[in-house]
Design a protein around this ligand. Structure first.
Ligand code: PLP
Length: 374
């Protein structure tokens, strides 16, 4: 039995001829850059999330970089980032010359810890840095604690960015995760909840002027005259073919999210009392980018699953504060103990909308019987 970690082929079959026809329309027309589907997808994603403006770009990392550029980040600016996330969350701001400042995550939700952020803000100021941005991450699809984060950002005059590369589709108290921050960035990398067949990303915001600036910056800083570029920008576009794919995938995204939530509930019910399952915040619905267990004997469990033909993944084996390229970044006083510990405990199981009950039962059985076999 070969079990995929994420079954993109099953999704492709579900999309059927709609998908090939949508791609063929682009191939026939040949408008591979800035074709009609790019604008259509921006409009459709705005409708899906409730955001006023969506600016598509080349990937989720560029989405973060573009926000940093719009906000004029510079040397001496502190950007508060959870230590337990994918490197892009910090990388974009390092590139712009600002200082990623690592704060810890909560041991239950794996998202930014509010007390750690507060401690970090005081310490950053004492170090002579200017608190400029907070980047929350909806890790594994679980919404960050926006209701606690937003007032802190506002009180300190900081911009709040939601890195929803994993959280697109998640909701908090019935609202899209994209509704809470000044900007939301996302990624359409194939393995994300809403993925294309290559790279893609977007920034969502409600401010028309900022959206216009984001669009200009993503297109070489263009002004109204095509060859009069009024600022220094990036070449960061979503391809028309990818937008055509995303239009089709967005049509079934709502149903997929429901299926993922059902599958996650099934895992959680089956593992109750046996292993530590993901904790979902009150009022939150996760997009289940990952279904992640916390295990003391993680590496042994992973080997056991591998022997049984079950793929699993470790997101992330090392927090950002320990990574060579980021070792010199400031870390909250007392350290990021939860992030350091999680790196040795987390294990993500196969999770996608097309996971059959039969396969899921097999995975559950192999995880649960692990202790009988050692
Ligand atoms: C995937 C991811 C990104 C980067 O997205 P790309 O499209 O690969 O550039 C940023 N932040 C988080 C949390 C991610 O998971």
């Amino acid at each position: 039995m070969s079990i995929p970690f994420i079954d993109l082929q099953a999704q492709r079959k579900a999309l059927g001829s709609n998908l090939t026809e949508a791609m063929n329309r682009v191939l026939e027309r040949g408008d591979f850059i800035q074709g009609q589907e790019v604008r259509d997808f921006e409009t459709a994603l705005a409708k899906f999330t409730g955001a006023k403006h969506v600016v598509a770009c080349a990937n989720g990392t560029d989405a973060l970089t573009l926000v940093g550029m719009v906000e004029g980040l510079k040397a001496g600016d502190a950007v508060f980032v959870p230590a337990f996330t994918f490197v892009a969350t910090a990388e974009a701001f390092s590139l712009l010359g600002a200082t990623p400042y690592f704060v810890d995550v909560d041991a239950q939700t794996f998202n930014m810890d509010i007390e750690s952020l507060k401690t970090g803000i005081v310490d950053a100021k004492a170090q002579g840095l200017t608190p400029k941005m907070v980047v929350s991450v909806d890790l594994f699809g679980q919404p960050a604690d926006y209701q606690a984060l937003a007032p802190i950002a506002r009180a300190e005059n900081m911009v709040l960015i939601a890195d929803a590369a994993q959280g697109l589709g998640a909701t908090l108290h019935g609202k899209s995760v994209t509704a809470f921050a000044d900007y939301t960035t996302t990624s359409f990398f194939p393995a994300k909840p809403l993925g294309c067949y290559g790279d893609g990303g977007a920034v969502l915001c409600d401010d028309a002027d900022k959206a216009a600036l984001l669009k200009s910056l993503s297109q070489h800083g263009k002004g109204t005259e095509k060859y009069d570029n009024v600022r220094v920008g990036l070449n960061s576009r979503l391809d028309t073919l990818q937008a055509a794919v995303l239009m089709q995938k967005l049509n079934i995204f709502g149903d997929e999210l429901k299926a993922r939530d059902k599958i996650a509930s099934r895992y959680t019910a089956a593992f109750k009392g046996a292993v530590q399952t993901p904790h979902v915040m009150d009022g939150a619905v996760s997009s289940w980018a990952q279904y992640t267990l916390k295990l003391d004997d993680r590496n042994k469990v992973q080997t056991h699953l591998k022997t049984a033909g079950i793929p699993s993944a470790i997101y992330y084996p090392m927090p950002l504060n320990q990574q060579t390229g980021y070792k010199n970044c400031p870390v909250v006083p007392g350290g990021v103990l939860v992030s350091d510990a999680l790196a040795g405990q987390v294990l993500s199981l196969p999770m996608h909308a097309y996971l059959s009950q039969e396969t899921q039962d097999y995975i559950i059985e192999k995880v649960k019987t692990f202790h009988d076999h050692v």
